[in-house]
Design a protein around this ligand. Sequence first.
Ligand code: HEM
Length: 130
Amino acid sequence: MNNTDLVFQSYGRCCRKDEFFVDFYDFFMSSSDTIRNRFLKTDMEAQRHLLRNGIMQLILHARGMSDRKLKALGESHNRNHYDIKPEWYTLWLEALLKTVRQHDPDYTPELGKAWRDVLNPGIDLIRGAY
Ligand code: HEM
């Protein structure tokens, strides 16, 4: 199996429980008050569903799908819209990896590395639109 298959299946295991997304935002918001403050007025229930799809888009991008949806995320997150600073994506990825480690019963350090390698190009695309 290649990395995108491994990550696709790992994400399937993570998505079995909604707590995956609850825990992700707990970890991510604990990264800093600046991050937490960005979500003060956000409907987190809706946001968790949007993120479920957003992570899928990152994985599909690595599997060769069109850039259209990630470009739209790059636009909504850029300096003219949510104004998400490029350096915050590192915190985002670390929070995600921590959540995967906790939720995927088949987690290994190699799988963690596969997650990073698979997601990074899509994250670069969104961050690069800043
Ligand atoms: C590659 C990583 C990320 C993905 C896949 C992602 C995904 C999403 C998605 C799917 C949405 C909803 C659709 C939209 O409004 O365009 C969203 C909204 C949002 N994201 Fe991200 N995001 C990422 C990184 C970040 C980071 C690093 C921050 C930093 C705080 C952030 C803050 C927000 C905020 C504030 C909203 C709007 C919330 C609201 O509607 O109140 N995102 N994100």
